[in-house]
Design a protein. Structure first.
Length: 402
């Protein structure tokens, strides 16, 4: 089996996913096109050598529909021979795109692919595509499907995470993100977004809020308690009957932010790199995906990480750095507890609580951040993992090679 190498990774800033966010007036095709052009231009890439563009997008309708991957390849001026496909594995879509691209290269069927993701959450609202998993009453009742915020609070209840615990983690995410921004740690990967006449619209992750503390977070009301009282807590507790109530601890300040953004990763074989004059930055060592219990929904990173470590013949002690998507604060807390991982190794530059979670792009963004940090800190192995809607998990191990 051939090696699949990461040659470069770029991303846009993450703009607040609201009508007053800096990227609201930028269409998702423009975000993705900017990423593809940057990969081409700074690597002097002969795009005729690229077989495909694989892009994750969780809400592939409206402006994000009609195979946005192929559209972006055309709009970015790639060779007409470059194909494109969009995929949806919910929050892991960007990492699933990388894994799929890696599998193509490992199989020897293709030499080079751009993989990544896009989500303009201010222009295409989350959940606007509907779907039977969340909209069909019989399916919801049969499988006890509840909103993810209630699932996160159920995790906190089951594993004993208090409001203080989740707020403390969130405050640290903000502190680390601010420190990373001040130290220009995102500069290699981040591409500013400009308007048609070249004026910069956004050159940094917009959601990082200075002055966020445990005390300031403590003033926010739980976001999912009222929703739970409408019968959704009772639905979840039909499956978790040993609990009397759900302790609602998550809110806007300790959950991932809704944002706009895109990312792309150039993946290829050793032969492609030699032909293109590019040096690889990392190698995809192993990847795994699992299904998990769909009511609590967000515990998937645990079995996915066990699976990928076994597949790679490694243990957590072999991994230098971890990126665990901060969909909700309880997720990385559970991950650290399960694997005995110290917080100093996990999300060292902050996470989605402080920086945002553009659903289809996040998996690619945290992979890029992980590879950047492996290089900056002179470390070798990193693991990226995300929880996934409907009860799934994904994990990928990257090895720095330069």
């Amino acid at each position: 089996m051939a090696d699949a190498f990461i040659y470069d990774a770029v991303r846009t800033p993450r703009g607040r996913g609201k009508s007053d966010g800096a990227l609201h007036d930028v269409q998702p095709i423009q975000l993705l096109t900017a990423v593809l052009r940057e990969l081409r231009d700074r690597n002097q890439l002969d795009t005729a050598l690229v077989d495909d563009v694989i892009i994750g997008c969780v809400t592939p309708i409206g402006e994000q529909g009609a195979d946005i991957a192929r559209t972006a390849a055309l709009e970015a001026g790639y060779a007409e021979s470059v194909a494109g496909v969009q995929l949806n594995r919910y929050c892991s879509s960007g990492l699933e795109a990388i894994n799929m691209a890696g599998a193509y290269v490992m199989s020897g069927q293709v030499d080079a692919i751009v993989a990544g993701g896009v989500e303009s959450m201010s222009r295409v609202p989350m959940g606007s595509d509907g779907g039977a998993l969340f909209m069909n009453p019989q399916i919801v009742a049969r499988h006890k499907i509840v909103p993810q915020g209630i699932s996160a609070d159920l995790i906190a209840t089951k594993y004993g995470y208090s409001r203080q615990d989740v707020d403390t983690f969130a405050a640290e995410s903000y502190r680390r993100a601010l420190e990373a921004q001040a130290g220009n740690r995102f500069s290699r990967t981040l591409v500013p977004i400009k308007d048609a006449i070249g004026i910069t619209l956004l050159d940094h992750d917009e959601g990082v809020r200075p002055g966020t503390t445990v005390e300031s977070l403590g003033k926010l009301k739980p976001a999912f308690a009222a929703m739970g009282q409408m019968g959704l807590d009772a639905l979840a507790l039909l499956k978790y009957a040993h609990f009397d109530t759900i302790n609602h601890v998550h809110h806007a300040g300790n959950s991932s932010q809704i944002v706009d953004g895109a990312a792309g990763v150039l993946i290829g074989s050793a032969a492609f790199g030699k032909q293109s004059g590019l040096k690889p930055r990392a190698r995809i060592k192993a990847f795994a995906v699992v299904g998990s219990e769909p009511t609590i929904m967000l515990t998937g990173p645990i079995p996915a990480t066990h699976k990928v470590l076994k597949r790679a013949g490694m243990s957590t002690g072999d991994i230098d750095l971890f990126e665990v998507n901060e969909a909700f604060a309880a997720i990385p807390l559970l991950f650290m507890e399960e694997f005995g991982v110290d917080h100093s190794q996990l999300n060292v530059n902050g996470g989605a609580i402080a920086l945002g979670h553009p659903l289809g792009a996040t998996g690619a963004i945290i992979s890029a951040t992980l590879i950047d940090e492996l290089e900056r800190s002179n470390k070798q192995f990193g693991l990226a993992t995300l929880c996934i809607g409907g009860g799934m998990g994904i994990a990928t191990i990257f090895e720095r090679v330069n």
